[in-house]
Design a protein around this ligand. Structure first.
Ligand SMILES: Nc1ncnc2c1ncn2[C@@H]1O[C@H](COP(=O)(O)OP(=O)(O)O)[C@@H](O)[C@H]1O
Ligand SMILES: Cc1ncsc1CCOP(=O)(O)O
Ligand SMILES: [Mg+2]
Length: 265
């Protein structure tokens, strides 16, 4: 069951989320973590990884604009290794992982660190399920049974999966949530997925059940998006600003009133 009070626990804890960011969306990602009550810090330097992770609640590795193994692997591995050692959850956002150059990087990374949570759209998560899905840049595509895709990916990777799209699925392969609070403007806003991947890092507090915490983070994004769209239908620019306002003003009561989720088999 989801515990909406996690939101208050996040605000009380002010958790540090270290993000290896892409160069497209770091500002809105940092703002998203900040307005929900966390403390964002972006990091690119392997030599500071241990110190960064020591003060962090979680580490998010966003692979959106990496330059490949030779350039990025030292920092990705430094952050991931420190997080594994210090028992901080590692979240990856495998942007466009179906592109072979990126698949190779992800496989190398998987061989070197333990990944606890994977957040991606349907075609990205399909990669981890070994299911072929057409990939067009950053958008999810295809008519796939997203629950099956997410559960298969969870079983194959051992990670908690957050598959996002018109319906979001969060699963560890056993407990599976489907979240229906979505607004198409979320998909229009470049960076919604990136924001969510780092927001998850604020929700996975040490004493919370992590599947529930990830699902609550996904629900928070969905509810904030729904409320942001109410005052800005057909206005993607205004929506992007409203989204931060709604994340800032989000409460457990709003999650309860507007949250549309179910546990599925
Ligand atoms: N077609 C859609 N309709 C409604 N909401 C969507 C749709 N696609 C994505 N979302 C929402 O947008 C956010 C980002 O997810 P998504 O677009 O799948 O990630 P990415 O931006 O990485 O491709 C999530 O909160 C998700 O629920
Ligand atoms: C456009 C783009 N190109 C590489 S990363 C990126 C941003 C992806 O953001 P999101 O997947 O959150 O929409
Ligand atoms: Mg994405």
């Amino acid at each position: 069951m989801l515990n909406y009070e996690i939101l208050n626990n996040v605000r009380a804890a002010n958790p540090v989320v270290v993000t290896f960011a892409n160069f497209v969306t770091p500002q809105i990602v940092a703002n998203a973590v900040n307005v929900i009550g966390g403390s964002p810090i972006m990091s690119l330097e392997p030599l500071e990884a241990d110190d960064m992770v020591t003060i962090a609640n979680a580490v998010t590795l966003n692979l959106g604009t990496g330059k490949g193994s030779a350039y990025d692997m030292p920092e990705l591995v430094a952050l991931g290794t420190a997080a594994n050692r210090l028992q901080r959850p590692v979240i990856i956002d495998p942007v466009a992982v179906n592109i072979p150059f990126r698949s190779k990087l992800v496989e190398e990374l998987r061989g070197k660190i333990k990944i606890d949570i994977i957040r991606g759209n349907a075609s990205e998560i399909a990669y981890f399920a070994n299911i072929t899905a057409e990939s067009r840049g950053i958008d999810a595509v295809g008519e796939i049974d997203v629950v099956t895709v997410a559960k298969t990916a969870a079983h194959k990777t051992g990670a908690i999966i957050a598959l996002t799209g018109a319906r979001d699925v969060v699963t560890d392969g056993e407990t599976t949530y489907v979240i229906n609070n979505n607004t198409p403007l979320l998909a229009t806003n470049v960076g919604s997925g990136d924001m969510l991947s780092s927001l998850i890092g604020a929700f996975v507090l040490p004493h919370e059940n992590h599947v529930d915490a990830v699902a609550t983070a996904v629900l928070a994004m969905g509810v904030a998006g729904q409320l942001a769209a109410q005052t800005a239908p057909n206005k993607p620019g205004t929506f992007a600003v409203n989204l931060l306002d709604e994340l800032y003003q989000l409460t457990p009561s709003k999650l309860q009133a507007f949250g549309d989720w179910e546990l599925v088999k």
